[in-house]
Write a protein that binds this ligand. Structure first.
Ligand code: EPU
Length: 338
């Protein structure tokens, strides 16, 4: 039976650094432990699965059984001339997994360097950065289905990935405990350098012969310069998603705001950077007591020390209201408010 503690502080376990207590708390180290969850007296409080705590905003104590996924490890399952298949435990730290791949020349996740969180959280919101998404390399996701009380293996297609979205945020929300992920990486790299200022950064670095290590280093440099380090300033990365609007709507906005950036998507939609709109509304660098909007990236809300989750949640509503008022666009949160 899993060892269960009561009244455990979650402050060191969420990147926003919010103080909140879990009614019950256990670390999950082996997937077999999931089979006997129901026998534990804490089960009645309802389960809350915690990974790296990098995409949540805690607004109060969690009156549930917090299951901290610590199933670690990386294994090479199979390889051929082109690909290598890696198994990784859901509790493995995402960036350590990326470095493991980069060091061995396994290509596909280098653009996703330095994203906080765990391997098991990657498929839930299909993490993405600099033109690459986790779905591009995910082959299979294994999880324990709390409703069926069985383990299930989902293929990439079964996961129904979308922009910062998957079935684990939809119909399987609260029902699936992801235990491991199988990735297919390339031995022959295909470089993605066209997004944002990766090229520019590679030039600054003086790179002439490209490698995945160089791309990883460039992404680490860009992220470190732009995004606050959660070890120093509490945050959960982008607080909102970038909205996708019909092209016609984008053209209207462009006529009104000629500098509005837009990234054409497949089909007839354009993605508009929410950070730009939030900045236009005057929020960039805003600070009240111990919380605010990051000075270099308006998409990131921050906790300077002892902010309350509820204050940040209220701030997010004010930001959404002002973007709606000015641009007629309803922003959606990326971060899950608990
Ligand atoms: N911008 C502004 N002001 C700001 C922020 C951004 O004008 O305060 C403009 C930039 O000038 C640029 C555009 O918005 O033209 C895009 O900015 P950036 O490249 O920084 O990316 P983003 O759209 O703000 C997204 C992801 C990030 C990811 C980066 C890089 C979402 C919600 N966020 O941010 O992901 O690292 O692209 O690929 O899609 C995360 O999800 O937590 C995250 C950090």
């Amino acid at each position: 039976m899993l060892q269960t503690l009561t009244h455990v502080s979650l402050r060191p376990r969420n990147t926003f650094g919010m103080e909140a207590f879990a009614e019950y708390y256990s670390e999950l180290n082996r997937e077999e432990e999931l089979r006997s969850l129901k026998d534990n007296p804490a089960y009645g409080a309802g389960l809350f699965v915690l990974g790296g705590g990098s995409n949540i905003l805690l607004t109060g104590d969690v009156p549930h059984w917090v299951l901290h996924n610590k199933i670690g490890g990386i294994d090479l399952l199979q390889e051929d001339d082109e690909y290598v298949w890696l198994w990784a435990g859901a509790g493995a730290v995402w960036h350590s997994f990326v470095l493991y791949c980069v060091e061995r020349g396994y290509a596909g996740v280098e653009n996703l360097s330095l994203i906080p969180g765990t391997v098991g959280a990657a498929p839930i919101q299909n993490i993405g950065a600099y033109g690459v998404e986790a779905k591009d390399v995910i082959e299979e996701v294994r999880f324990f289905d709390l409703e069926q009380q069985t383990f299930r293996n989902f293929t990439q297609a079964d996961c129904r990935f979308g922009y910062r979205d998957s079935i684990f945020k939809g119909t399987l929300k609260g029902r699936a405990v992801i235990t491991s992920v199988v990735f297919r990486l390339n031995k022959i790299p295909r470089f993605h350098t066209s997004y944002g200022n990766i090229r520019q950064e590679l030039d600054v670095m003086g790179v002439t012969e490209l490698s995945i290590k160089h791309i990883s280093d460039a992404v680490i440099r860009i992220r470190s310069a732009k995004l606050p380090d959660p070890e120093k300033i509490g945050n959960a990365g982008s607080f909102f998603k970038n909205p996708e609007v019909p092209n016609a709507r984008y053209e209207q906005l462009k006529a009104q705001y000629p500098t509005i950036p837009g990234f054409p998507l497949e089909g007839d939609h354009t993605k508009i950077p929410a950070g730009w709109m939030i900045e236009q509304c005057g929020w960039k660098g805003y600070r009240e007591d111990d919380y605010g909007v990051h000075k270099d990236q308006a998409l990131v809300l921050v906790n300077y020390g002892n902010a309350k989750g509820a204050d940040i949640a209220t701030l997010s509503v004010k930001i959404m209201d002002s973007v709606k008022h000015r641009f007629g666009i309803q922003l959606e949160r990326e971060v899950q408010i608990i």
